[in-house]
Design a protein around this ligand. Structure first.
Ligand code: C2E
Ligand code: MG
Ligand code: MG
Ligand code: MG
Length: 294
């Protein structure tokens, strides 16, 4: 039959590495579709807390893809794929617009205006669309640049394709954006760039937090980074704080800000709203409190 013939033909001529039909390419195609209709993508938000009193000082927006078949696909899996297949530009622009749209919705709902931090990919830096997308989104949703922080990893900051990044970061900061180095300590670079880059914040990678307080090497590294950051007038957020022991070590070492499951897991916008509602109706003190100076 024709069907059987077709199958034979396709088997016979199938290239050894059939990229088109690989599960990875199928994922790339469905990510392209997800971007086109926007329905499977969402941002989750994880609050950042001041250790002293637990107050929320901001939150990080984290991209989520709810795939109809595979369920939640981790950004650690689909972001590298998007970067390789030309989808990171549009995806990054979607994150910018959606985070700002959400901030505008929260403003309408009367929530305190807390800074939201978004993650920026290397591709957004060297394709040069970043500044345009930010300006357009801020204007569209009426949000101040100071309310949108940018998290860049060391590898993004030092990616040669982005050209000289110093004047660009300076311009972004002049507009009011704050800049954080994400996953600090995991890069392969020297520390000398800390002298030259205009930065506000270091996010100390979870890898250094995980074995606190027992691991003496991690304890030494974390204490040294905190001391260095103080000298450089940089804020430090410890990432991935999961235990009381980690928290106590960090506080004693002079860390003021933390983000991690101990306080809150990333959740949809509604979870932030519920947290706010609960804080408003309880007398146990406001947990969601704007702190504009941070
Ligand atoms: P990241 O920017 O370092 O984000 C922190 C990651 O740590 C998040 O993983 C978060 O869910 C997780 N995390 C937070 N607290 C804890 C904790 O206490 N314990 C543990 N085990 N994990 C914790 P997630 O959401 O899976 O994101 C992974 C990475 O994907 C992010 O790392 C970031 O590099 C990237 N990513 C996420 N959203 C975006 C985005 O919109 N754009 C870009 N370019 N990258 C993104
Ligand atoms: Mg981040
Ligand atoms: Mg990080
Ligand atoms: Mg990370």
């Amino acid at each position: 039959s024709a069907k059987r013939h077709g199958r034979n033909v396709s088997q016979r001529f199938r290239p050894a590495l059939d990229v088109q039909d690989s599960p990875q390419m199928a994922l790339v195609y469905s990510l392209r579709d997800a971007l086109a209709n926007g329905e499977q993508l969402e941002l989750h938000y994880q609050t950042q807390h001041r250790i002293m009193d637990g107050a929320v000082v901001g939150m990080e927006a984290l991209l989520r893809w709810r795939h109809p078949e595979y369920g939640m696909v981790s950004p650690a899996d689909f972001i590298p794929l998007a970067e390789r297949h030309g989808l990171m530009g549009p995806l990054g622009n979607w994150v910018i617009d959606e985070s700002l749209a959400q901030m505008a919705r929260w403003r309408e709902m009367g929530l305190p205006q807390l800074p939201v931090w978004i993650n920026i990919s290397a591709i957004q830096m060297f394709q040069g669309e970043l500044e345009t997308a930010l300006s357009a989104g801020l204007a569209r949703h009426g949000i101040e640049p100071s309310q949108l922080g940018l998290e860049l990893t060391e590898s993004v900051l030092l990616d040669e394709r982005a050209g000289d990044i110093v004047p660009r970061l300076e311009a972004l900061r002049l507009k009011g954006h704050r800049i954080a180095i994400d996953d600090f300590g995991m890069g392969y670079s020297s520390l000398s760039y800390l002298k030259n880059l205009p930065l506000d914040k270091l996010k100390l990678d979870r890898a250094f937090i995980r074995s606190l307080p027992d691991d003496p090497a991690d304890a030494a590294i974390v204490s040294a980074v905190l001391a260095m950051a103080r000298g450089l007038s940089l804020d430090v957020v410890a990432e991935g704080v999961e235990t009381q022991g980690q928290l106590e070590f960090l506080q004693q070492a002079g860390c003021r800000l933390v983000q991690g499951f101990l306080y809150a897991r990333p959740g949809p916008a509604e979870a932030i709203e519920a947290q706010w509602q609960a804080s408003v109706s309880s007398s146990s003190g406001l947990v969601l409190r704007a702190e504009p100076s941070l």
